[in-house]
Design a protein around this ligand. Sequence first.
Ligand SMILES: [Zn+2]
Length: 310
Amino acid sequence: MKTRTYVALMLTVILILSVGLTALYVHMEQKTTDKEDATVSIVTSFYPLYTLALNLTKDVQEVQVVNMSEPQTGCLHDYQMTPEDMRLLSTADIFLVNGGGIESFLPDVQEEYTDLNIITATSKLDLISEEDDHSLNAHAWMSVTNYRMMVQYVAEELAKVDSDHAKEYMANAQVYDTKLAQLSLTEEQLKKQLNEARVPVVIFHEAFAYLANELGWDVKYCLDLDEERQLSAGEVAETLDMIHGTGTRFILAEATYGSDMGKTAEEETNAIVFYLNPLTRAGDYEGDPADYYLVEMQKNLQLIIQEVNE
Ligand SMILES: [Zn+2]
């Protein structure tokens, strides 16, 4: 073989090899990109929905759930999205929200991210309407019955948006509901032990109206202390009058904001104050985020059961 023919042959081999390798490389690149594209990104607006979504997406491949940065204190009302939240939403496929007006930033999100699938967990529920200003009480997750309905509804909506994983979402909803049914049993147990219908109660946080309703209790008055604020002497006097005048037995309060008024109420009246978790934030919870609702709601109920047993 002449040297020139040999060189030409070698060059051809190298050319074929490199073209082949490039094609292979491009093919592999495309595969990874396709895989990234296949990932469904779900962003949740706050903790009760984060927990819910984690349960529905358990062991579902190529689906990720991220919670928005949570407010440092109190409920989500008046929460302003951070630049990080905005970035997160710009890459999201699904935004899972509670609804009922608690996400005050929602209209802006709808305007900004027109392709975003927004699932509103409470959209099939009858929310409590506040007497004074007819606004909606959005804290529906505080009723186990409502929360179980939210789980079912969100699973159905996820199955519609991401039909590839429809069966898995529905199966996970079933598994989660079986666990939540235990909470419903605890509620039944509590009702039986109390053996009293329409227990008169006062609540120091709107959220507890749902728990009270669920237990069949009669909410006589709501002093909304879901954030740090100074109570006027008039408010304190009115609240104490309501507790006395309605024969209130229990007060449902959040320790963070309700303990000052709680102390006053226990000194001045015969009512018992229960400090409960409205489940709005992770706070110092350090367990598995997917078990947050199960663990913390069980704690709420056990606290009441213990007192009732004494
Ligand atoms: Zn709230």
